[in-house]
Design a protein around this ligand. Structure first.
Ligand code: AMP
Ligand code: GLY
Length: 432
């Protein structure tokens, strides 16, 4: 089977890594990165070059295309491919609104009574009403730009004054362009976060082990929000009862609601959850696999990933048998100094060649320059450690051990990926 993976980050490296292990799979990746180039044939097209990608698929007789990032989904790549009879994994443009418009997602959740933070939405023309609302609201509050803002359109504010400063950046300075012309103001939720991926064909679905991302740049959740500095799976904070709620009150409602409203969701529904005292509530939806959660989650899959993606693409999920192992996996991201703000790239990365059975180096922002692997982004690579025995502590030790052998100028990483789960493991160990 000939497979094209679209994207060039750590998530796509994890997808390529898993697919390329399957018998008879020939994998292509556009645009890929230096790590992916070792496992797939690189296609020199950008992820949102929809029509050139379609031509590539035609010319090269690709059987299945798998979309990693959100931009091509927002641009309607699935609509374009399916209207020409091509098999592709991911939602169509209308369904992608669950990620591309926070206002749309919140109103959808309200219509289908999906548990989420209380909210109000305002347009740029309703600035006066919004300021009046902020003057009397209770704090903290969360402000969110409506459109795609690479994970940076969210701020938690403690006072009306702070909120006004953020609104100025959205409405006057327009730092997110059109994405900031509407805002959602929502209730601040307290709890532990978890990312749950449901893979669906629009009717049937399977749920992958819940993961936890670490969004802040610094240890102990300090510093700025990033795309994600590390992840682990499974997270012990999502137990059977939380999972049962997430299935019935979130995933099944999205499948039912999107279908009833004429945009049946197929692909990976990423449920960004807050586990609150009142139960799990949705913080956000994404319409694709998460990065870096995927790098950890896929290590727990024993059945065929290709089979899963194909079942999702051709609407045959009822025939797929999900098989998981009992491992635990931790992915630690190494980033460029300064990320998520200005950072230098082009730094040579050393120590990539050592191979161990229980770790993987999955590249995010890397490229080849004069035969050397150099950094080309804020998030540079992720190291996963996987413990077949299911201990997050062991998996983290493996990941950090391997990361110690890798260097590049300005490299930084968090030292506490998985810590909350490790603390819980130790508490349980002591009481056992
Ligand atoms: P989002 O892009 O909506 O996922 O938001 C990014 C991050 O902001 C989330 O992962 C949370 O850490 C935080 N966040 C977003 N919404 C809320 C909320 N209502 N309450 C508390 N934290 C939130
Ligand atoms: N890890 C966050 C995301 O993929 O959006």
């Amino acid at each position: 089977m000939r497979v094209l993976v679209i994207g060039g980050g750590g998530r796509e490296h994890a997808l390529v890594d898993a697919i390329s292990r399957e018998v008879d799979a020939k994998v292509y990746c556009a645009p890929g990165n230096a790590g992916i180039a070792r496992q797939a044939e690189i296609v020199n097209l950008k992820a949102d070059d929809v029509f050139p990608l379609l031509r590539f698929v035609d010319d090269n007789k690709i059987d299945l295309t798998v979309v990693g990032p959100e931009q091509p989904l927002a641009a309607g790549i699935v609509d374009a491919f399916e209207s020409r009879g091509k098999k592709i994994f991911g939602p169509r443009k209308l369904a992608a609104r669950l990620e591309t418009s926070k206002v749309f997602a919140k109103e959808f959740m309200k219509r289908w009574r999906i548990p989420t933070a209380g909210f109000k939405s305002f347009t740029i023309q309703q600035q006066r009403e919004l300021l009046d609302y902020l003057a009397t609201a209770r704090y903290p509050l969360v402000l969110k730009a409506d459109g795609l803002a690479a994970g940076k359109g969210v701020s938690i504010v403690q006072s009306a004054r702070e909120a006004e400063g953020d609104l100025d950046r959205l409405f006057v300075q327009k730092i997110f362009g059109g994405a900031g012309e509407r805002v959602v103001v929502e209730e601040f939720l307290e709890g532990t976060e978890a990312s749950v991926f449901a893979v669906t064909d629009g009717k049937d679905y399977v749920v992958l082990p819940a993961a936890q991302d670490h969004k802040r740049a610094g240890d102990n959740d300090t510093g700025k929000n990033t795309g994600g500095m590390g992840a682990f799976a499974p997270t012990p904070f999502v137990g059977e009862s939380e999972l049962a709620t997430i299935r019935s009150a979130v995933i099944e409602k999205v499948i039912e609601g999107s279908s009833a409203e004429g945009f049946p969701f197929k692909g990976c529904l990423y449920c960004g959850m807050m586990l609150t005292k009142e139960g799990p509530k949705v913080v956000e939806f994404n319409v694709r696999f998460g990065d870096p959660e995927t790098q950890a989650v896929l290590q727990l899959l024993d059945s065929s990933l290709l089979g899963l993606l194909e079942a999702g693409a051709i609407r045959k999920m009822s025939t797929y048998r999900l098989k998981l192992n009992n491992a635990a996996s931790v992915c630690v991201i190494a980033a460029s100094k300064g990320y998520p703000d200005y950072h230098k790239t082009g730094k040579e990365i050393r120590g990539l060649d050592e191979i161990t059975a229980s770790t993987k180096v999955l590249h995010s922002g890397t490229k080849l320059a004069d035969g050397k692997v150099v950094s080309s982004g804020g998030r540079v690579l992720g190291v996963t450690g996987t413990d077949p025995g299911g201990k997050i502590k062991k998996a983290a030790e493996l990941a950090y051990g391997r990361l110690a052998g890798i260097q590049f100028d300005g490299m930084f990483f968090r030292h506490d990926i998985g810590k909350t789960a490790i603390d819980l493991e130790e508490k349980k160990g002591q009481s056992a």
